[in-house]
Each structure stands twice: as structure tokens, then as C-alpha cells.
Design a binder for this molecule. Sequence first.
Ligand code: FAD
Length: 494
Amino acid sequence: MDYDVIIIGGGVTGCCIARTLSRYDLKICLLEKEADIASGTTKGNSGVVHAGYAADRKYKKREFCIRGNKLFDQAHKELNFPFKRTGTLVVALEERQIKDLVYIRNYGTEDGVPGLEIIIDKNRIKQMEPQLTDKVIAVLHAPSGGIISPYEFTFALAENANMNGVEFFREHEIIGINKIVAGFEVETKLKKFTSRIVINAAGLYSAEISRMAGVDTFEIYPRRGEYILFDKSSIHLNKVLFPMPTRLSKGILVSPTIHGHVFIGPNADNILDIEDVSTTTRGLKEIISGGLKLVPNLPLNAAIRNFAGLRAVSNTMDFIIEATEMVGFVNVAGILSPGLTAIFAIAEEVVRILVEDLGEELKGKENYNPYRPKPEHLSDFTKMKLNQKIKENPAWGRIICRCETIPEAEIVDSIRRPVGATTIDGVKFRCRAGMGRCQGGFCMPRVMEILSRELNIPYDEVTKRGKGSHYLVNKVLCIELTEDSKESEEVAEK
Ligand SMILES: Cc1cc2nc3c(=O)[nH]c(=O)nc-3n(C[C@H](O)[C@H](O)[C@H](O)COP(=O)(O)OP(=O)(O)OC[C@H]3O[C@@H](n4cnc5c(N)ncnc54)[C@H](O)[C@@H]3O)c2cc1C
């Protein structure tokens, strides 16, 4: 066997399981089909660490969310990812909704959600969140709710897992899984791997992966959520604002991001195409209308980006975390919201399954190091420290992304880190170059130059997010055109 454990999928689920298992004496690898980890649902979501009062008790996602929320403080100390307990507000706009707030508060308090409080004093509410509509009647305050950068969080998990021995293989799409005597043979488009245990954390594709292993027990349906992000100079918010929840979703929220922007979204649109992350006029109108009910001063003319994410909804409407009839094959699927919040509890459950259901005797690794150093950011430096850094390394003084003030040194670091960036998006999501008002219009060619230099690849081979996403396609087409074939002219036209 090449490995003790193969994890399929490099979203937050796969990376958190990898990091959690890396404390044990196991040989582990993670296989991801895209050019980077955190490229699926983990990239496009609200980034809220939920307090845990929302889901019904019949779903395990409720218990996992409440437990997961509590595990964030320790993980934050160890992994140094951007996270803040801002508190969240559920906003009642009608008198009759107060009884629903009371129900949610009591139900949550009984299950251990700390500090839930209903506030009806408008002055106090306005002090907490001045942007909230004057029509507010009452709010449910959940102080343990918070915000996080979901992809930076996932990179931190992956880096720490890698520091502790987990091997990462990106651009390795699994195309087949065969049961062999002592475990499984997992076939990717590039290579075959063998392992005693396989953990399926493939998000939207987890039902397909499960079927490859001969386990056909659930379905996954995509449910799209659309967002609009506003320029950070246009509005500031203290708290995450939720409307009253419905049976289907927590509703369209207005929320700060951990980096000081504000966004509105998501809606909940059941779609057929598992890859369709486009935004729609109808969807954007829906979230604008929802957002304006909570914050009438939304700066709609300062929107800098629309995006969408896909929830992986299982037919059970709940997380599926279980050992299967195919001994050694574990499904961690249907990780819809609040999956990000629940993630450490989910990883704990996987450890329990390995020990209790699969009979693994997990031995702690002697040199396990739970700490991941915080990446250095110019924005955290004093003027004196910055001057000293520039003296040591002039790349700290060369600002590449003007909107977010990101110097060359941070971009180089995002490429050189464990499981580092290999694409333009990889740099953007690690160090925020291209995340600001101009959305990369100015800095992208320079980021490409740095990627080309650091990865030692030609400039025109640098991609946005892996295969098929080249920026310099015309150059390639020109070369093809010199062959003067009709076919290449057609390609050029396209
Ligand atoms: C609109 C929206 C809002 C949300 N808001 C919140 C929130 O505020 N708070 C919260 O707690 N949760 C939230 N969630 C839920 C959270 O985003 C998910 O629970 C979490 O991201 C799921 O991560 P994952 O790793 O399971 O899936 P993914 O991130 O999709 O990872 C699965 C990975 O598997 C890879 N893969 C698939 N097929 C293969 C293959 N054949 N071979 C190799 N690799 C493969 C994919 O490329 C992908 O990288 C939200 C979700 C959505 C969509």
C-alpha cells in the first residue's frame, strides 16, 4: 500500500480531515482535481461561523455546528487564520416575529449555544449596528457567531497538514476506485495510488465518487447561492445580519467580510448543472431586494463583484458522515451549510469512525506540530517595521496590488508556502492581490510575471485557475494560424 489514508477532495472538509489525521502516525495523501485546493464550495460561501441555533434538532448538522463553533478558538490560536467573533443578529421587522425569536433563543440555549439574547431597545440595537434599518422591532443577538476567510482558513489547514507529513496532489482527478485485497486502488488521470482507507470528501461530486467505490446510497443536488460584494470604502458593518429564517434557508444576509468589505446574499436556487456558478439577473435582483430590507443604505453603485457558490445538498438534507459497506471507504458528503462552522466536529467524527468502526489503533505522532506560522502582511506592520523589512528585502517595498496594498514579498510568500499558489487565483486567494476595487485589472500582469519567475514556467503558461484558463490565448492561436489551416482559423474565430 502506498498510503494508510487517501483523502479525496481539497475543500475545507478534506483539508480539515487531513490536518486532524496528521497528528497520528499515518501515511496520508490528499487528491484534488483542480489546480488548487479550496476551489469548490469552499471558495464561494458566506464565511460565517454560525452560532448553531438555526437547524432543526433532527439533523446532525445542528449538533455538529454547535460543537464546531466552540472548537474555533483553539484552532485559531494554532493556525493563525483570519477569524473574528463579531456576533450575529437575526432581525425581526414585525411584532409577530418576536415569538419566533423567543423560540429560536430557547431552542438554542437548551442545546448550549452561549449568550443568546433578544434585544428590543432600539437605541441599543442601533449602537450595535448603526446600518440596520429603522424598521427593526427586535433582534436575536448571538455573540458566539463570527466571520472567517473560508479559503485562507482552508490554506492554513492544508499548510499545517503538509508540515505534518500529508502529501498533496493537485490536478489529480479521480476517475476510478477499485477494491483490492488490502484496501483500494484509486486511479487519477495521471497516476494510480493504493491505500488501506479512502475518505470521500469530494463535495458536489461525492455521490459520484461513492458510486465509483461501489457504494450507491445517496444523491447530491446543487443549490446555488448568489452574492454581491461592495467596495470596502463604501460601507462598514459591525455584525452579520440575518432576516428571519425560512424552512429552506437562513435567508439573504448582509454581512461584513473579515477583510472589511460588505456583501449581500445568498439566495437559494435549486439548479441542475453541478458546475454552474454563474450569477443571474433574477438572482441578483432577489438578493438586492432582501439586502435592502435589512440595510436600506446599501451602496449599490459600489458593487465590485458578483459571484455564486453551490451547496452540495444530499437527499437526506443532512451531513452524511459514515463508514460504508465497502470496508475502509468512508463518506463525508452532503456538507452543506453550516459545514464550514462544523468542520472540526466533522473531523472529530471521522477519527471516531476510524477507531470505532474500522478498528484503527491510532498512535500519536511524536513530532506533531499543531502550529502554523501566520503569514506576514504589510498591513500588520508599523512604519518602523516596514522600513526595516524593506531594508532586508526590497520586495516588501514594491507594491503590486494597489487596491489592497500587497507587496511583491507577500505574493512570493504565497507561492513558496507549503501547498503554495501555482495560479493567479491561487495568489489572489492567499494574499488578496486582485481582491480590491479594480479586481486585478492593474496587478494581474505583474502577478503573472512573478508566478512565471517563481515557478520557472513561460509567461504564457501562467493560468488563472489551471488547465484551460490561460490569459494569453491569442499568442497560442497566432502560432496555430501560421500553419494556415482552416481548422485553426475556426479556432481563432471562436
Ligand atoms: C452559498 C453558500 C453559503 C454558505 N455559507 C456558509 C456559512 O456562512 N457558514 C458555514 O459554516 N458554511 C457555509 N456554507 C457551507 C460550506 O461552504 C460548505 O459546507 C463547505 O465549503 C463544504 O466543503 P467541502 O470540502 O465539503 O466541499 P468543496 O469545497 O466543494 O470541496 C470538494 C473538493 O473535491 C474536489 N473533487 C471533486 N471531485 C473530485 C474528483 N473526482 N477527484 C478529485 N477531487 C475532486 C473538488 O474539486 C473540491 O475541491 C455555505 C455554502 C454555500 C454554497
